[in-house]
Design a protein around this ligand. Structure first.
Ligand SMILES: [Zn+2]
Length: 127
């Protein structure tokens, strides 16, 4: 095999791997994800949204929010439940709400991104 043929073969191989990875990335990214992690992230967003309600922020004493003030702004007027048994800490007014199992919304987002990249780039590895 000549050097040119070897190089051509390697180039084709690279194109094939990049194409498969790209297609996988977009297919995986488009999937509707209802995993407990994603649900927990959505719950944290709901809690953060409820915390931002003017009535709730006004009722906060020394930066601390009363759970009862928050409930009217949550679905079914109750605290959401984490699918992995975590409990949600509302946190002070200037803090992000967090799940005892999953952490903050940002923690879940980062973990999800890592998982998506791992599944995209290392598709030959077993799960
Ligand atoms: Zn959780």
């Amino acid at each position: 095999m000549t050097w040119k043929k070897t190089f051509g073969l390697a180039a084709v191989l690279v194109v094939v791997v990049v194409t498969i990875s790209s297609v996988r990335y977009f297919l995986l990214a488009r999937q509707t994800d209802q995993s407990p992690e994603t649900m927990s992230a959505m719950n944290l967003m709901r809690i953060a949204g409820a915390k931002a309600e003017p009535t709730v922020t006004r009722s906060a004493v020394g930066g601390h929010i009363d759970t009862n003030a928050l409930l009217p702004y949550l679905l079914g007027e109750r605290m959401p439940v984490c699918g992995r048994g975590g409990r949600y800490a509302i946190g002070a007014i200037d803090e992000e709400p967090r799940c005892t199992v999953h952490g903050t919304f940002e923690d879940i987002r980062r973990a999800k991104r890592r998982e998506l990249l791992r599944r995209t780039m290392c598709w030959w590895l077993p799960r």
